[in-house]
Design a protein around this ligand. Structure first.
Ligand SMILES: [Mn+2]
Length: 337
């Protein structure tokens, strides 16, 4: 009988076969699980929890990594559960990778070759990946990769430890902004309920602590804020970078606004982008002030995307919290040729 568990075992077996295969013997014997650059909590915890699952399934060569420095929220979380920080991986030369929480090469670790991707577990739009061989590719439209991985534990009949439950729960709370984001699905709420029981934690109370850690910008420079959660996109040839900072009170960001626009201009020039966008998201008011810096054609597309006129380098949008669901799709639509 082929059930989900045996499919998963088969995948693990297949992976082992690839490792033993002569054509990949020159590569490192490790397989890194890694999320996107400018790693957020879901990216980092998905790497840790998925590597832990693989280890439990006997694949000891799988190790977690982070594609950059950890943010304050992730550090708070890992410290709370006394889980060690994963190693930093910024160069994928000759390395085999399992991608979690992203599937676009523009967001992946530098120098990654598509043929060295052995698996993908994600919850984003599919962005142009092409592999030479069949790989395990699991992408579901839910609020966080953490919930997908929790399901994989269940399907594989691997017990979830208190620590791993806490990490996956936090990933869902963080990515869905405490269930407020339109990306949140009923499955995310069910998963948090289950995981919170295992972790022995009040999820909403802990979620507020996570938010506080995330929105603590007191020690952050304008550059830190811009690059802390920044992703690159290609909208029909228009090269864009879209960052986001979530705070509990937008007023905290007002004194840094000029410096942020300055950093965005520098970034646009240095990275040769047509535009740089930064969402200043107030999670309590559930609104975003969307800052824009870019060329004239990009400005036109930006205004079309959000149905407004740029004033003082931004358009303010009520009820906009999600880059993935409320900012990237309209931008993609506006630039479509
Ligand atoms: Mn995510």
């Amino acid at each position: 009988m082929i059930n989900k568990v045996s499919v998963h075992r088969l995948v693990s077996f297949k992976l082992k076969f690839y490792i033993n295969n002569a054509e990949v013997l020159h590569l490192t014997d490790k397989i890194y699980v890694v999320g996107h650059k400018s790693p957020d909590t879901d990216s980092v915890t998905s790497a840790i929890t998925y590597a832990n699952l693989k280890n439990a399934l006997g694949m000891k060569e799988v190790v977690p990594a982070a594609a950059g420095d950890l943010n304050n929220e992730t550090k708070f979380l890992l410290d709370y559960f006394k889980v060690p920080y994963p190693e930093k991986l910024t160069d994928a030369t000759d390395k085999m990778l399992i991608l979690v929480d992203h599937n676009e090469m523009a967001q992946a670790v530098d120098k990654l070759k598509m043929e060295n991707i052995v698996e993908v577990v994600d919850h984003h739009k599919i962005g142009g990946l092409a592999t030479g061989k069949p790989i395990f590719f699991l992408n579901e439209p839910v609020g966080a990769t953490g919930g997908i991985i929790a399901n994989l534990y269940e399907q594989s009949k691997v017990p979830i430890s208190k620590e791993m439950a806490g990490l996956m729960m936090a990933a869902i709370l963080s990515d869905t902004v405490l269930f407020k984001s339109p990306t949140c699905t009923p499955r995310d709420k069910v998963a948090v309920e289950k995981l919170a029981k295992i972790a022995g934690i009040d999820p909403m109370k802990f979620g507020m602590d996570l938010l506080k850690a995330k929105s603590d910008i007191s020690t952050k420079s304008a550059k830190d804020i811009l690059t802390g959660d920044f992703k690159k996109f290609d909208f029909s040839g228009t090269k864009a970078g879209v960052g986001q900072i979530e705070v509990m009170d937008m007023a905290d960001l007002a004194p840094k606004r000029a410096a942020l626009l300055d950093e965005m201009k520098k970034m646009q020039a240095a990275e040769k982008l047509n535009m740089v966008v930064l969402m200043l998201t107030d999670v309590m008011k559930e609104a975003s002030d969307i800052l824009f810096v870019g060329d004239a054609a990009a400005a036109q597309g930006f205004e079309k995307a959000f149905g407004g006129k740029l004033a003082n380098n931004s358009i303010y949008k009520e009820k906009v919290l999600s880059r993935k669901k409320q900012v990237i799709p309209p931008l993609e639509g506006a630039f479509k040729k």
